[in-house]
Design a protein around this ligand. Sequence first.
Ligand SMILES: Cc1cc2nc3c(=O)[nH]c(=O)nc-3n(C[C@H](O)[C@H](O)[C@H](O)COP(=O)(O)OP(=O)(O)OC[C@H]3O[C@@H](n4cnc5c(N)ncnc54)[C@H](O)[C@@H]3O)c2cc1C
Length: 434
Amino acid sequence: MLGLAAAMAAVPLRGRAQIPANPDVIVIGAGMAGLSAAKSLRRAGYAVLVVEARDRLGGRAVTDTASFGQPYDLGAMWLHSADINPLIPIAEELGFAVTEDEGELLLYLAGKEATDAERSALASALERITQQLEETAKSGKDIAAAEVLGERDRWSAIAGAMIGPIEHGVETKNLSIVDWYAQVSSGIEILLRDGLGGLVAAYGRDASVVLGTAVRKIDWRGPRVALEVDGGALEARAVVVTVSTGVLAAGGLAFIPALPATKREAIAANPMGLVDKFAFKLPPELLKIPAGASLIAQGANGTVIDCLVRPFGYDYLMAFVGGDLAWELERQGEKAATEFVRRHLRDATGIDFAKHSTTGHATRWGADPWARGAFSASRPGSAHRRSAIAEPLGERVFFAGEATVADWPTQLPGAYLSGRSVAEKVIKVLKKPA
Ligand SMILES: Cc1cc2nc3c(=O)[nH]c(=O)nc-3n(C[C@H](O)[C@H](O)[C@H](O)COP(=O)(O)OP(=O)(O)OC[C@H]3O[C@@H](n4cnc5c(N)ncnc54)[C@H](O)[C@@H]3O)c2cc1C
């Protein structure tokens, strides 16, 4: 196996000047959790190296500027509950303009725009269901959202599709209401004109990261942790693992000794939900649709797809597909999936959003080997098991990431806070930099 210097010579580096030759801590993953952990540890004086499988920073927060020539977030996009979101001050400090998402709501049902009465019926159903979910979750009963939704009328079916597959990436029968409640929004939603992925990349700019290098094995038998990485070997006093529960469950990252049963069960009880995005450049005649509108399109067969139209006046529409349908569309392949979404939008709204469109883009977060889904979703009865994912191994291997927290689970701020809190745990154990 190669030594650290040889391993690093073989891979693209970011911030090469600051790459520590003998790190106290190695952080696996340069998403929000890993970057936040690395920066906190470095501030405390530790030598930290981040090892990232992709050739970029940000993990599940990434802004694509190539597809449309305009910022387009492939993963995280909204800063939810902006009045309390810890990333708002960071965005402001880094000079990112924050804009409240106050887009109009457009509702289309089986080929026609909904009437005012239909829109209010949906709004009332959403309010009623949210209240019922909140009351049950507050009582501590961690049951499936589907049980609270009960018998479906037309409106609660749309509300259920929004709450389950589209917002949480799972069907409501697989959505823990305690986990849902942990993410309840205060209602103030922020979008960044330059993209949320861009913010995470800017935040991590000064971290010492080795890109394009996957960690394959973590051996934590000895007093130091030994890592097998693509093209070499690394070691450190402590390691912070920030990969998703999807990556952990898939087993491509081996642990020696193996992960304890309680942790493996907690990972299995918090599997990945899936939300994919399909974006189409709009034809000129559709650029009159209000910029930033949120569009819900229910087809005659009941399928619901939600869209964000022309954020910031950009000339594309972004459709969100979640839950079982998203997994099925990934199985069918990009061409068939894109055609499905395009046809659904045309049939459900009566408008051909992708008419003449040669420019489009579809994400495949489920097939992405470094994510294996969009975000974790606690199975009913399992929200409390997120803490077992965070449990360290032998005071040497620590865990962070959106799936490890009780506050803001699944979201970018949860990842950020998990990075800060894991840094505190590491500091307590290591006591001082070597
Ligand atoms: C479609 C979508 C929409 C979303 N919308 C929002 C939103 O609007 N608001 C919000 O707050 N959140 C949203 N999220 C969730 C948010 O993106 C995540 O919670 C957050 O990015 C997770 O950060 P993390 O650091 O925990 O994990 P990640 O970002 O996944 O970081 C882990 C890193 O580890 C790397 N890695 C994996 N395996 C290895 C390995 N073996 N070796 C080395 N590196 C490895 C990965 O490449 C990755 O960079 C969305 C996510 C998706 C996918």
